[in-house]
Write a protein that binds this ligand. Structure first.
Ligand code: AMP
Length: 254
């Protein structure tokens, strides 16, 4: 396997409490801590392990987003990625960027870069779309192994164990292919200080969607963004009888 392409998205850090803008058009991102999407750390780790096992020769990380996405690419480079591609998209164009656009970009880069395997996270924790792997595979006509919790190389094929409802499914897919990383695929490594220093010298190429011939015109209009309803305070009841009375009062049991 010559080359693995990994998608890495810069998202609001998973530990940050999300706030909606007063005008309800979006969530507040200014001055908020951002990090690499957690599932993408898992995707990178898997690619690095494939390289360590000499199954893959080169890993290329791709991030579509504003200038700060380069920081996310640097983290990927410090984890063991060889080079980065920053597809610069910012402002209103980024606000309406959807998985279909990212999929078209990844598909185009996969062809340009003669990629054998694309690994993305199973979902971005900001938009929760869970669409990019599936649409990228469809655009390329490649097989897909989504929600992967184990990947093994067997001759020219990959055996992928998938987390599905009620159990695990093991499938065999031919390369080139697209995989999406689930939580239990691996435990991503931390970037060590020497590797962070080394990553500063690794190349990041900057391109625009136009360079790739991808149209990122808005296909959706956000009508409003709302906070989830605030949870009502709980009560502690003295015994089960009181609980049954409460449940009956609330119409929860007949
Ligand atoms: P989604 O389909 O939006 O839930 O995203 C699934 C996966 O696609 C993410 O975990 C990333 O690996 C990849 N992806 C989504 N958006 C981007 C982006 N802007 N740049 C790079 N990769 C992305």
């Amino acid at each position: 396997m010559a080359r693995v392409l990994v998608g890495v998205k810069r998202v609001i850090d998973y530990a940050v409490k999300i706030r909606v803008k007063p005008d309800k058009t979006a969530v507040v991102t200014d001055g908020v801590k951002h990090s690499m999407n957690p599932f993408d750390e898992i995707a990178i780790e898997e690619a690095v392990r494939l390289k360590e096992k000499k199954i893959a020769q080169e890993i290329v990380a791709v991030s579509c987003g504003p200038a700060q996405s380069q920081e996310t690419l640097r983290t990927a480079l410090a984890m063991g990625v060889d080079r980065g591609i920053h597809v610069e998209i910012s402002g209103p164009e980024y606000d309406t960027l959807q998985p279909i656009h990212v999929s078209k970009i990844l598909a185009k880069l996969a062809q340009e870069e003669k990629t054998d395997l694309i690994i993305v996270g199973k979902q971005a924790i900001d938009d929760d779309s869970n669409q990019t792997a599936q649409m990228t595979a469809a655009l390329l006509g490649w097989p897909q192994g989504t929600f992967a919790s184990k990947i093994e190389k067997q001759n020219d094929e990959l055996q992928v164990t998938r987390e599905i409802d009620g159990g695990l499914e093991t499938i065999k897919i031919k390369l080139p292919a697209v995989i999406s990383a689930d939580l239990r695929l691996n435990e991503p490594r931390y970037a060590t200080l020497p590797n962070i220093m080394k990553a500063k010298k690794k190349p990041i190429k900057k391109v625009s969607p136009k360079d790739l011939g991808v149209d990122t015109a808005a296909r959706i209009e956000v009508l409003s963004v709302e906070d989830p309803p605030t949870r009502q305070a709980g009560v502690i009841l003295p015994d089960v009888d009181q609980l049954i009375i409460k449940l009956k009062e609330g119409g929860h049991v007949p």
